[in-house]
Design a protein around this ligand. Structure first.
Ligand SMILES: Cc1cc2nc3c(=O)[nH]c(=O)nc-3n(C[C@H](O)[C@H](O)[C@H](O)COP(=O)(O)OP(=O)(O)OC[C@H]3O[C@@H](n4cnc5c(N)ncnc54)[C@H](O)[C@@H]3O)c2cc1C
Length: 461
């Protein structure tokens, strides 16, 4: 297949500038996978510099029936950017310019390959704020964030990527260029096609540019870290916070297993129980100061064994440092780790952690939960005692994963809140939505990509 397709691809050389296509095995090997797994070699890697070049590539593949898979930075967690059927791997990493930032219109125009962290820092420099903050923001692209509708801790107050996409330039599989939305903060002209492309995991079109909505940057922030005897008490504190009238910009929880591994990684004596909450508020100095005081009272009266209030930027960062190191502490066990970003209705947190513990006991593995308590988007980490690739670990843990996802769905939850389905969660897609919803997805896919060439071999088939 590879040799045949490479031959079919040769005419593409005459349609593009000389340095856009990469044919050697070594060059192609750098584009075979993401943070979940490696896949087969694509037949060629294309690194276009303009929307016109993307359109030429798409049109060529459409005419020649060649699979086309879009890649941002390859920091996805579900294998979405793997060219699982070979063909052309279209990397947007060279289209990484922040075109302009408007302080009057509160928008930024960016190319799809721009890194999210670079965009957040650039708008911060002019006093503006791009809130979606995936933990991977220094490595992943805005195009990848749009394709997965990425979230992060601040999405509790500010919403996920979809809330910040005002305009999109999208190349369809036949090379047609769509320009949707624009610089206005509201627009109800026609269907919400923009929303259709956000979260479409590269299967409906190729995002080449985006217009992002910006906010005024909050002037001040405070963070509070509290320790509880167990998850039940922490869950009561979460309820009390959300009933108090304060909407934190982040509300993060960790269970006993996560804390045990965190302490071990820090060289501390592991305790067997406990739960950790991190709460952040932002806004004007006067309001965050009053809110932090109220939150501190709520945490203590809800049973916090200890509560630390961070008032300076450095102290706030120190508390976040601990939160950010949970994932690495779990990886430091040396065995394989499967991070499942499930979502449960907010009130199910305690039941989720109890279920995870039972699941671990039943399948002889450890399960550690931490994540965005305010959204019910909890990272359930299955820890295996041998160092396997995520694919092998997924196969080994499949019975446990089947039970986990069945339970989540029976609670009215979702199998993914941020990472998407890709290849990693394709097995559970049919059970996650009704046949009617699957049919609607298939109809939309056929309308926009009638030959099923765009990012093929993933969950939609
Ligand atoms: C350590 C770590 C932490 C993470 N933390 C978070 C988190 O907090 N929140 C979160 O939401 N995710 C998180 N992720 C997952 C991941 O970073 C996000 O899914 C991110 O959006 C991927 O961006 P990318 O540029 O690397 O995309 P890729 O991995 O290259 O691609 C992801 C998907 O998007 C498609 N795609 C990429 N670019 C385009 C484009 N321009 N047009 C159309 N389709 C495109 C691809 O085909 C693929 O299906 C984390 C991952 C890691 C490894």
């Amino acid at each position: 297949m590879s040799i045949l397709t490479q031959t079919n691809l040769v005419p593409l050389i005459s349609l593009l500038p000389p340095d856009r296509l990469f044919w050697s095995e070594d060059e192609r090997a750098n584009f075979t996978g993401d943070k979940w797994a490696r896949g087969p070699l694509p037949d060629v890697v294309a690194r276009p510099h303009t929307t016109e070049e993307v359109a030429i590539i798409a049109h060529f593949c459409f005419q020649q029936n060649i699979p086309l898979t879009t890649r941002g930075a390859g920091w996805g967690y579900v294998g979405g950017a793997i060219a699982s059927q070979g063909g052309v791997l279209l990397s947007l990493d060279a289209m990484n310019r922040i075109l302009d930032i408007s302080r009057t219109d509160f928008v930024a125009h960016v190319e799809a390959g721009a890194l999210t962290g670079d965009i957040a820092r650039a708008v911060r420099e002019v006093g503006l704020f791009y809130p979606p903050d995936p933990a991977s923001l220094d490595h992943c692209t805005i195009g990848g964030n749009i394709a997965t509708n990425a979230g992060g801790p601040h999405c509790l107050k500010y919403g996920v990527t979809r809330s910040y996409v005002l305009g999109l330039e999208v190349v369809l599989m036949d090379g047609t260029v769509l320009r949707l939305g624009g610089d206005t903060h509201k627009n109800k002209t026609g269907f919400d096609l923009l929303g259709l492309f956000v979260g479409s995991e590269g299967m409906l079109g190729i995002v080449t540019q985006a217009t992002l909505r910006l906010l005024p940057h909050p002037r001040a922030r405070r963070a509070l870290a509290a320790h509880f005897a167990n998850i039940e008490v922490a869950a009561k504190a979460i309820g009390a916070i959300l009933e108090s009238g304060v909407l934190p910009c982040a509300l993060e929880v960790a269970d006993a297993a996560t804390l045990r591994h965190f302490r071990a990684a820090q060289g501390q004596i592991p305790r067997v129980e406990g739960s950790h909450l991190l709460v952040e508020v932002d806004g004007l100095e006067e309001s965050v100061s009053a809110e932090a005081q109220l939150l501190s009272q709520i945490l203590r009266s809800s049973g916090a064994l200890g509560c630390r209030v961070a008032t300076t930027e450095a102290q706030v960062e120190e508390l976040w440092q601990m939160r950010r190191s949970f994932s690495a502490s779990l990886s430091a066990t040396g065995g394989a780790k499967l991070n499942e970003d499930i979502v449960v209705p907010r009130g199910k947190l305690v039941e989720l952690v109890a279920f995870a513990e039972q699941l671990g006991r039943k399948h002889s593995l450890e399960v550690a939960c931490f994540g965005h308590a305010g959204d019910g988007n909890i990272h359930v980490n299955l820890l295996l005692d041998t160092p396997l690739s995520p694919q092998e670990a997924g196969q080994r843990a499949q019975p446990a994963l089947d039970e986990l996802f069945a339970q989540i769905l029976s609670w009215g939850g979702a199998i993914t809140g941020e990472h998407g389905i890709g290849l990693a969660k394709a097995r559970w897609w049919p059970g996650a939505v009704s046949p009617e919803v699957r049919h609607a997805h298939a109809a939309i896919k056929t309308a926009l990509d009638p030959k099923a060439l765009l990012n093929p071999g993933k969950w939609l088939e």
